[in-house]
Design a protein around this ligand. Structure first.
Ligand code: FMN
Length: 186
């Protein structure tokens, strides 16, 4: 299955993006997970140019979401919410509908005990209004993220289990899920 993932952090040393990369190692081996490298390259969403004059980078971004069997949104928390760069990316997907009924997982993390709970709540609210197929058990917060990882590896057993369960929840509704013939929603 093809999975398209975004991270709300643009930092090269991002803990959230490192967690997302580490999490891919715990996903089923036959999944093809692409982590989009350039949310920062998307221009500000502007309904005055959408859809007729939407830039090529936006069209390519939308196509990635459309083609994927499932969508993963990973993010830190900035000022008690999701980072603006992520909100902007999601706004480009509101009218065009690529996330409609799309099996979607949300992964937030922070160096604090909250696990970026307020960011997560906002992302869930936004994706819900966008009618993504969001299961409660595919929504995960990782607190104290720096203490559960060593470089690019999740070292904490409980966090590994929670990430594995997140992938299983995503698979339950996604195409080519074990035991589901001919794609999803059959
Ligand atoms: C502008 C800014 C605002 C932040 N606001 C919050 C916040 O509201 N809640 C929180 O838990 N952490 C907050 N943080 C701390 C981030 O959780 C922390 O920097 C985290 O490592 C960012 O994720 P990253 O490592 O993936 O870039 C903020 C950081 C920045 C730079």
């Amino acid at each position: 299955m093809k999975i398209f993932a975004v991270s709300g952090s643009l930092r090269p040393q991002s803990t959230v993006t490192a967690l997302l990369r580490a999490a891919t190692a715990l996903a089923p081996g036959d999944w093809d997970i692409e982590i989009y490298p350039s949310l920062g390259a998307l221009p500000h969403f502007d309904p005055a140019i959408d859809p007729d004059d939407a830039p090529e980078v936006v069209a390519a971004f939308r196509a990635k979401v459309e083609e994927a069997g499932a969508f993963v949104v990973a993010s830190p928390e900035y000022a008690a919410g999701m980072p603006g760069v992520l909100k902007n990316a999601l706004e480009w997907l509101v009218g065009s509908g690529e996330v409609y009924d799309k099996p979607t997982a949300v992964l937030t993390a922070s160096p604090s005990p909250s696990g970026a709970a307020r960011s997560r709540a906002w992302i869930v609210e936004t994706l819900t209004i966008m009618t993504a197929n969001l299961r409660e058990d595919a929504v995960l917060g990782v607190p104290m993220v720096r203490s559960v990882m060593d470089g690019e590896t999740v070292t904490d057993a409980q966090t590994r289990e929670r990430l594995t369960a997140m992938w299983a929840a995503l698979a339950a509704d996604a195409p080519e899920a074990p035991g589901v013939e001919g794609g999803w929603r059959v």
